[in-house]
Design a protein around this ligand. Structure first.
Ligand code: HEM
Length: 465
C-alpha cells in the first residue's frame, strides 16, 4: 500500500530517489481515509500524475485538484477569489494564529506589506554571516558524532534550519535542548493536525487531536515567547530596537493606514509563522538534497569541485553564491522532486467554472507542486534526480510555470531568496567538509502532512575529507 518503490534505482543512468507507488485506481472512501491519515501523497493514484483536473468527495468536503497550468495560474494569482481554505486556516491556527501565512483578503495584503521589508535584498545580505555561522556549527556537531555508523540527518537538518532562523530572527544561536524540543514538538503538531484535518474532511469529531496539536504548538512557542516579550518591552520603553534582525524589522513595521505597530499577539503570530514556515521547509529540502547527493556521487563530486574552486576554505561570500550553479541546481531539483509544501489548498469563494466542472462556493481547490513537478508532460524523466536539466534553455522556459515549490502569484513565499541562500551555504559547507554516502539498505519514505518529511528520518554515512 503505497510503500516506496524504486529508491536507488537508475533510469537511463539517472538516480531515482523513492516516492510512494501510485495506486492503479482511485481508492474507495474508506481507503482514502486510511491512507490519508498519515500522508496525502499515499492517496494518489496513477492518473493523479497526468490528469488536468481531478475531483474527490468526502462526507465533509468537496475537493478539486487543478494540475493544468493555466488553471494553476488563475488560482494562484486571484487571491481574493481563491483565498486560503478555512480548514487549513483552522488547522494552522494553534501554531501561527492569524498571521501572514493564514490571513486572507485585505488583512493578508496589509500584513504582507508590513513584513516584506524584513526580506528585502539588503536584509538578506545581512543574514549571510549568520547562515555561515549556523552551517559551521553544524559541521562541528557532525564532527562530534561517531561517523563509523550511518547518522540520521533529519534532526540535524531541523537543527541547522531552526538555528539559521533563530539567529536571523533574534540574533541568538539555538541551543541543543531547544532544537530537540522544537523537532519533537513540530513532529507532534504535524501528526495531530493531520489527524484533525482528516476527521474534519469526514465530518467526524476531532477526538482531542486539536487540543494535542495546541499543546505541541505551545511547546514550540515557549522556546521564543520570552525573547519576543523582552525585546518588545525594551522597544516600547525607550525605542531600543536591539540588534538589526528580523524581529527588529517586525517591531518597526507600521500598518499602512492606521500607523499602528504589531501588538504582542500579532508579533508572536508573525514570528511563529516565519519560524515554522522558514525552518520546517528548509530542513526538509536540505535532508532530501543530501540524500540525492549521496545517491548521485557524480553530481556530488562536481558540486564539491565547484565549491572548492569558488570558495576553497574561505568564508562563502555573497558573490560566491552566484558562482555555484551546480549547487543551485541541486537545490532546485530537490525542490522539484520533494517540494516541502506538496499541496496548497484554496477555497472557492464564489461559483466558478473550470474546464467542464462547476465549482460551488466553499469547495476546496488544491494546487499541488508534487503532482505538477512530477508530470511527464512538463519534465522528461519526471521521477529522476537530474539537476543539470535546469541548464537546458528550453527547460528554463518550462520551469517558469511548472516549477512552483515556493508557490506562485502575489502569495509566493516571502522567504524564497532567504531559503535559496541558506541552502547553498549549508550544502556548500557540508560538501567541503564531508563525503556523503548512502547507508546500505536504508531507503527513506516521504510522507506529506503539512510539509513533506521522511517518515523515519534519512540515514547517511559521512566521512571527513
Ligand atoms: C525551501 C524552503 C521553503 C519552501 C519550499 C517554502 C514554500 C512556501 C510556499 C509553497 C508558500 C506558499 C503557500 C501557499 O501559497 O499556500 C510559502 C509561503 C510563505 N513562506 Fe515559505 N518556503 C520556504 C522557506 C521559507 C523561509 C526561509 C521563510 C522565512 C524565513 C518562509 C516564509 C514564508 C511566509 C511568511 C509565507 C507566507 C507568504 C504569504 O502568504 O504572503 N518560507 N512558502
Amino acid at each position: 500500500m503505497g510503500l516506496p518503490n524504486i529508491g536507488g534505482k537508475q533510469v537511463d543512468g539517472l538516480f531515482v530517489p523513492p516516492f510512494p507507488d501510485p495506486h492503479p485506481k482511485k481508492s474507495s472512501l474508506f481507503w482514502r481515509f486510511v491512507r490519508g491519515w498519515n500522508s496525502w501523497i499515499h492517496v494518489l493514484f496513477d492518473k493523479s500524475y497526468t490528469m488536468k483536473m481531478g475531483e474527490i468527495r468526502t462526507p465533509g468536503l468537496h475537493m478539486y485538484i487543478a494540475n493544468e497550468l493555466p488553471l494553476v495560474k488563475r488560482i494562484m494569482s486571484n487571491w481574493r477569489e481563491f483565498p486560503k481554505h478555512h480548514l487549513l486556516v483552522r488547522t494552522l491556527e494553534p501554531a501561527i494564529g492569524n498571521s501572514v501565512f493564514s490571513a486572507n483578503g485585505d488583512d493578508w495584503a496589509t500584513q504582507r506589506e508590513m513584513i516584506n521589508p524584513a526580506f528585502q535584498q539588503a536584509a538578506l545580505a545581512r543574514t549571510l554571516p549568520m547562515m555561515r555561522d549556523a552551517a559551521d556549527a553544524l559541521v562541528s556537531r557532525i564532527g562530534y558524532l561517531d561517523l563509523s555508523h550511518p547518522i540520521n540527518i533529519d534532526p540535524l537538518m531541523t537543527h541547522v534550519a531552526a538555528d539559521v532562523i533563530f539567529r536571523t530572527l533574534f540574533s541568538q544561536a539555538l541551543g541543543d535542548a531547544d532544537a530537540r524540543r522544537i523537532h519533537h514538538a513540530f513532529n507532534r503538531f504535524q501528526r495531530h493536525a493531520q489527524s484533525a484535518s482528516m476527521l474534519r474532511f469526514y465530518r467526524m469529531p476531532t477526538f482531542g487531536f486539536v487540543k494535542r496539536s495546541r499543546r505541541a504548538a505551545e511547546d514550540i512557542h515557549s522556546v521564543f515567547a520570552s525573547i519576543v516579550q523582552q525585546r518588545l518591552d525594551a522597544y516600547r520603553a525607550d525605542a531600543d530596537r536591539g540588534p538589526d534582525d528580523i524581529l527588529a524589522s517586525l517591531m518597526e513595521a507600521r500598518h499602512p493606514q492606521t500607523g499602528q505597530p504589531f501588538s504582542f499577539t500579532d508579533l508572536m503570530g508573525q514570528v511563529s509563522t516565519i519560524f515554522l514556515a522558514g525552518h520546517e521547509t528548509s530542513a526538509s529540502a536540505l535532508s532530501w538534497a543530501l540524500y540525492c547527493l549521496a545517491g548521485d556521487p557524480e553530481t556530488q563530486r562536481i558540486g564539491r569541485e565547484e565549491v572548492l574552486s569558488v570558495a576553497e576554505n574561505r568564508p562563502i561570500a555573497a558573490e560566491s553564491l552566484r558562482r555555484m550553479p551546480v549547487i543551485r541546481n541541486v537545490f532546485r531539483e530537490t525542490l522539484r522532486l520533494y517540494p516541502p509544501v506538496a499541496f496548497m489548498p484554496r477555497e472557492v469563494s464564489c461559483p466558478s467554472q473550470m474546464r467542464d466542472k462547476q465549482l460551488e462556493t466553499g469547495a476546496m481547490i488544491v494546487v499541488s507542486p508534487w503532482l505538477i513537478q512530477r508530470n511527464a508532460e512538463h519534465w522528461p524523466w519526471p521521477h529522476a534526480f537530474h539537476p543539470a536539466r535546469f541548464d537546458d534553455p528550453s527547460a528554463k522556459a518550462k520551469s517558469r510555470e511548472a516549477w512552483l515549490p515556493f508557490g506562485a502569484g502575489p502569495r509566493i513565499c516571502v522567504g524564497a531568496g532567504f531559503a535559496t541562500q541558506e541552502a547553498i551555504v549549508v550544502l556548500a559547507t557540508l560538501l567541503r567538509a564531508f563525503t556523503i554516502d548512502p547507508a546500505p539498505g536504508a531507503v527513506p519514505e516521504p510522507v506529506a502532512r503539512l510539509t513533506l518529511r521522511p517518515k523515519c528520518g534519512i540515514k547517511l554515512l559521512f566521512s571527513r575529507r
